[in-house]
Each structure stands twice: as C-alpha cells, then as structure tokens.
Design a protein around this ligand. Structure first.
Ligand code: AMP
Length: 508
C-alpha cells in the first residue's frame, strides 16, 4: 500500500495521509477533543475512586525510561521489545525509550525507592500514556492510555482475586455491564519447564503446519505459539497439551483458590487454556477482560497476571507481585458503542453579560466570586454587544443571566434575569452569590420533582403489564442457568480443566 496507507483519527475514521506542509498528528496518535472528554473523565474518575476505596496509592513514573528496563523486564522475545518500542538516544548518549507499558516502570520504582521496607502488600495505581510502534487500526494506537493496579509483596491468591474484583467493579462503575474475564495459569519455574518440553516436542512434530512467526517462536518462546492468531496454527493449538493439566501442586492450589474466590464473588469468568499474555514475566495467574460478544476479537479491554519473578529480574529482592492494566482508548470506544451515559452537564447555569469598560472590569471580580463559591458561570468578555451575549446565553441554555451595564457598575448592582420565566430584578453585588445559590437550589428541586413525576408515570405504565406466565418462565430459566453455571464453576475449581475454551484469532 505504501503511500496510500490510512490514518485513524479520534473518531476511528480513516484520514488520508497528510498533505505536504499541513501539520497533522503523528501516525497512530490522536487528539482527544473536548467532545470526548466526558467519557475519559468518567473512566479516570471511576478508576481513581476504586483505587482509593481499595487502598491503592497513585504513582506516576516518567514516560521516558532506559530501554533495557523493558528488554529485561518485559522480555527480549516479546513483540513489545522486539518490534514495538520507540527507542532513541539522548544527547548524552543514553539509550532510552518511550515506555510501552507500566509494570516494569512501577517495579523499577518499587526497587529504586526501597518500598520493600513499607508495610506489605504495597498497593500502587497509575494512569498514563504508553507507546507502542504497532500497525495502527481500530482499537490499536501508537500512543494509548492505560490505568493499572500493581500489588507487591504478597503471594496469596486472594490478591489475584481482589484485582479481578477491582476490574469488575471499575467496568460496572463506568457503565460497561457486559464483559467477561478469561483466566489461565501458566505455572511457575517448577512446573513450566517440563510442560515447555512437552509442548516443544508436540509442536516440533507439527512444525510444518505452523506459520513462519510460530516457527521462530518455537525456538525463542514456544508458549507464545499458543497465543497465535493464524488460522493454520489454531488447528495445531487446539490439540496441544495444556499448562493447566500440568501444574505443580502449589500452582494448582493457587489457581483453585482464585477460582473459588471468584465463584464466591459471583464474577463471571471462563478458563482459556491458550491464554499466555505474550509477556515473559508472568507466573501462575493470567487473565484478560473481554467485551461481551467479542471474545474472539482483537481488542481485549484489559489484562494482567502474577509476576512473582519480575522484581528479582530487575535487581530487587525476591518479591511476589500481581497486577493488571486496562486500555482506556478501548474502554471509551466500548462506552460509546454501548451508549453509556456520561455527564455532559458541567454546563454552566449562569451567564455573565457586561456592557462598557467599567462593567467589564467589575465583571472580572464578580466572575471570581461566583466561581470560588462553586457556581459554574460562563462569560464572553471579548464581546460588548448585549444582543450577541444574550444569544450566546440562550444557546448555552443557562437558567440565569447576570447583566452589568455602566449604571449597575457605578451603583454596584446587577440585573438578574431568569431565563425560564423571563422575569428580571436588580440585586446588589454583595448579595449576588447568596441570591443565585437560593435560586439555583429552587431550580434543581423543581427539576427533581418533574423527573419524579415522570418516573412514577413510567412505573404505573410498567406495572399495568404484570408479568405474563411466559415472562416468569424465562426468569426461572435464567435462575437455573446461573445455578448451573455456579455448579460448573465450583466443580472446575476443585480441578482446573478446560472450561468454555475458545479457539480464536486474536492478540491481547
Ligand atoms: P497489555 O499492556 O498489552 O497487557 O495491554 C493492556 C490493555 O491495554 C489491553 O487489554 C488493551 O486494552 C490496551 N492496549 C494494549 N495495546 C494497545 C494499543 N496499541 N492501542 C490501544 N490499546 C491498547
């Protein structure tokens, strides 16, 4: 395709390649425009609130890190390190990169700042941009945003369960109700080597049926063959030996306990024995979060797992750890797709109109008084024309307009116009905040009453159509299904087996 390659903008529409001389965003990177901000704000707020509620403290690490942090941490055989890092040399000659993921940075910070001496477990939370030189397509960008949770210093699977609980809580809080977790255990240094041998021997016997990439993976990182998207490999993978059938007793116990916790929490999940997550540092638990109906797709909403050896690999003391990260770009896309409601109503309820130079000066002060009292107010200080300012106030659908003319400025008064009734009165500067608060409260109460009335109308009309026998049958069926599912889960949790597996083409 060469020159004809398409770019993706923030609305996921394609853009022609930029014309010469016109500045555009770099390929795979996007502007997040004001109209999109309410979605992003909701994701950030919910994640931050949940982090706080579960005792995870915020950490920010630099966007630029030494490249060998990821070469060592994420692993030399991974796509991220082999193909996707934005690497450059500083003027001082340091080999650095734009961070492609958060976990190695947070682990580095944990070691660098001696967090080992803090009470355990150390629970950390981050939000920020990550950079991967991938082929841009829908849901896959070169600059993307993640939030992540990491726990250091605890090997108990209850923490694995808590992280899944946290992810579950965040997705529900954001308003994405239909998603599910896929889980696997990829063992530890005790049980994985013998499984690895078994897998290599199985794959070697079917080498010719594998794609070119998998032939290479077979030498470097055979587990990653299990994660391959190619159809021809899928046939081989579907018959391959599975790690969960070869776990040592410790890993088996760990995984079983995790599944039991999830059953207890009534969190929906399925076991995907082919889930390996593509990064070198994982041990035991790995999981991903998928939007409902798209489990076979390309765009997981998040993923994570246990990484008990990473801190040691990076030069720290042996420290068990577990974490996950979610892609905010994909979450926002999913919110839009599912028509999740977000609050666009940070719209000001007041508009400040000023006429003449003295009024203009006075309105700066009035604006500050209102804003510092928590009253959201809009203005158009550059305009002096009454009509154009009122037109703007109308367009913004504010409840009240404050007008200061030359005379009002001299008298230290202000005209308060109610945009709903059209009535207006004169109040003094000093009473403005008080009067507005009183009126805004009244307007809010009236709106609430109106919506209550509407609500009760709806309830009446719903209760008119009492549940038909057909409906109640459906309800009980659903109940049975849940019960069955629960039973299945607890059976499986006593011995992890192939549950709800899917042979699918995807990348995490
Ligand atoms: P990872 O760090 O690869 O485990 O990814 C965690 C999550 O980040 C994924 O599940 C995605 O939601 C998101 N993600 C990863 N890579 C990208 C990308 N290139 N563009 C957008 N989101 C991504």
């Amino acid at each position: 395709m060469g020159r004809k390659k398409k770019l993706i903008n923030d609305e996921n529409k394609t853009l022609a390649k930029p014309k010469k001389g016109k500045f555009q965003t770099v390929r795979g990177m996007r502007d997040i425009l004001p109209s999109e901000q309410p979605y992003w704000q909701k994701v950030r707020r919910v994640a931050e609130k949940v982090a706080q509620d579960y005792g995870y403290q915020r950490i920010d690490t630099p966007i630029v890190e030494f490249r060998n942090l990821f070469e060592k941490g994420t692993g030399p055989g991974t796509d991220i390190v082999e193909k996707e890092m934005f690497v450059f040399k500083t003027k001082g000659g340091d080999e650095v990169c734009l961070r492609p993921e958060g976990t190695p940075s947070v682990a580095r910070a944990y070691i660098q700042h001696g967090m080992r001496s803090l009470p355990k477990p150390v629970k950390l939370f981050y939000i920020g941009p990550m950079y991967r030189y991938e082929r841009p397509q829908e849901g896959r960008y070169r600059e993307m945003f993640q939030f992540g949770f990491e726990v250091f210093g605890e090997k108990d699977p209850i923490l694995d369960a808590q992280l899944i609980q946290i992810a579950n809580r965040i997705f529900k809080g954001i308003g994405i109700k239909k998603f599910s977790f896929q889980l696997n255990s990829i063992g530890c240094e005790e049980c994985r080597p013998s499984y690895r041998k078994l897998l290599i021997s199985y794959l070697n016997n079917r080498k010719n049926a594998l794609c070119m990439d998998c032939k290479k993976r077979l030498k470097k990182n055979p587990l990653r063959v299990l994660d391959c998207k190619e159809e021809k490999c899928q046939q081989v993978i579907s018959q391959a030996p599975q790690m969960i059938d070869h776990l040592c007793s410790d890993c088996k116990k760990h995984f079983t306990f995790l599944l039991e916790c999830l059953d207890e929490l009534e969190i929906q999940f399925s076991i995907n024995p082919h889930l390996v997550r593509g990064l070198d540092y994982y041990t035991k638990t790995v999981f991903e979060i998928w939007p409902e109906g798209e489990e076979d797709g390309q765009v997981a909403l998040g993923g994570g797992g246990r990484y008990d050896k990473l801190v040691e690999t990076l030069g720290g003391a042996s420290t068990p750890a577990v974490g996950f990260a979610c892609g905010m770009d994909r979450i926002v896309a999913e919110m839009k797709k599912r028509e999740v409601k977000v609050n666009f109503s940070s719209q000001p309820k007041i508009f400040l109109v000023q006429l003449g130079d003295l009024a203009k000066k006075k309105s700066l002060k009035i604006f500050e008084q209102l804003e510092s009292s928590g009253i959201s107010v809009a203005e158009s200080f550059g305009r002096g024309n009454l009509r154009s300012q009122l037109r703007q106030a109308n367009q913004m659908k504010v409840d009240f307009v404050l007008i200061i003319g030359q005379r009002e400025a001299l008298d230290e008064t202000i005209i308060l116009k109610d945009m709903n009734s059209g009535s207006q009165e004169v109040i003094t500067f000093s009473k403005t905040v008080f009067e507005l608060k009183k009126r805004l409260k009244k307007v809010a109460e009236e709106k609430l009453n109106n919506s209550d009335k509407k609500g009760s109308k709806n309830i009446k009309s719903v209760s008119k159509s009492s549940p038909s026998p057909k409906n109640s049958k459906n309800l009980s069926k659903k109940g049975n299904r849940t019960a069955k599912k629960k039973n299945r889960s607890s059976k499986a949790s006593s011995r992890p087996t192939k549950r709800k597996t899917s042979s699918r083409k995807r990348k995490k």
